[in-house]
Design a protein around this ligand. Structure first.
Ligand code: SF4
Length: 302
């Protein structure tokens, strides 16, 4: 599978660079896997975080590049975090499970998919039993999702934009909407309808997140309507309002939080459309969503 790094098309950008020879594409990642944190995480949706937390592994780099990214410290193109082999990543998964993690949560892993599949196979051979969550921007290549089939129990993709104008302006991906819808369709096919354990935690399913942005209520309405029409109750939808502006000098229209009125109206629409899923309370807007990317919990090289 390492050959997949040679002419890289692991995400829809299809840069075609040879990552095994030091070339890098849009994401900036080489063929050596890097991650910045592995720890119990309590800020996912309730049936994913549960009472003991989700075992989140944050990978370095990202294929999307949103101007407002809350994980910008690790998502940037420059190398960040520490290198980790598939074997060490497998041990990291097992350590998180031993700590009590309800699941293993792979945060932005597409550009390392061959390594991640290898790590999951190794960890499962060693007894890893909790569900695997694939936490994604939604900007995914079909071939990469097919590579993951059979390894992922819960897909947690974003559906960020309906409009190609916003997708181009804020994420450098004008084709985002059609790519994300195709990806969500494939994810829902792989997982089937949401299924819960006796403890109320999610065992299988696809949970689509939409982060509201200030002033984009119309785009949010179109995203919700589109999800309801295409997927109905075969997926769960999480309507998020945790957007926190930082240095937005180049995007002054995004330099504020989402208002109570904007969020309340979107919640009403969500219910009127018959969507099933999750809302966020006001106190969710907090720096607590941004953990320390200091290498916590990552296992060393074997
Ligand atoms: S994973 Fe990175 S190098 Fe590969 S196609 Fe996507 S952005 Fe380009």
């Amino acid at each position: 599978m390492h050959t997949l790094f040679e002419n890289c098309t692991l995400c829809p950008r299809a840069c075609g660079v040879d990552r095994t020879r030091g070339q890098t594409g849009f994401c900036g990642a080489s063929d050596t896997m890097r991650a910045a944190r592995a720890a119990l995480h309590f800020w996912e949706e309730p049936p994913i975080s549960g009472s003991r937390g989700s075992g989140a592994v944050f990978f370095s780099h990202c294929t999307l590049g949103c101007v407002y990214c809350q994980n910008r410290e690790i998502a940037r193109r420059e190398a960040f975090g520490q290198t980790i082999s598939p074997a060490a990543l497998a041990d990291t998964f097992l350590a998180l499970e031993a700590e009590g993690a309800h699941n293993i949560n792979l945060v932005t892993a597409a550009h390392y998919a061959p390594h991640v599949v290898r790590a999951l196979a190794l960890a499962k051979q060693k007894g890893l039993a909790v569900p695997i969550v694939y936490n994604s921007s939604g900007y995914e290549a079909m071939e990469t999702l097919r590579l993951l089939e059979g390894y992922i129990d819960i897909y947690l993709p974003d559906d960020k934009y309906y409009s190609s104008y916003y997708a181009a302006r804020y994420s450098a991906a004008p084709d985002y909407h059609e790519i994300a819808i195709a990806a969500i369709t494939e994810m829902a096919r792989q997982t089937g309808a949401p299924a819960y354990g006796a403890d109320g935690l999610l065992l299988r399913g696809t949970v689509v997140r939409h982060l509201m942005l200030p002033g984009l209520a119309g785009d949010t309405a179109q995203v919700l309507r589109d999800l309801a029409c295409r997927f109905g109750d075969s997926i769960l939808v999480s309507l998020m309002r945790q957007y926190t502006p930082f240095d937005m000098r180049d995007y002054p229209e995004l330099d504020r939080a989402v208002t109570e009125a904007e969020y309340a109206e979107a919640c009403e629409r969500f219910l009127a459309l018959g969507l099933t899923g999750f809302f966020q309370e006001g106190e969710a807007i907090s720096e607590s969503f941004i953990p320390a990317f200091d290498g916590t919990g990552l296992r060393g090289e074997p």
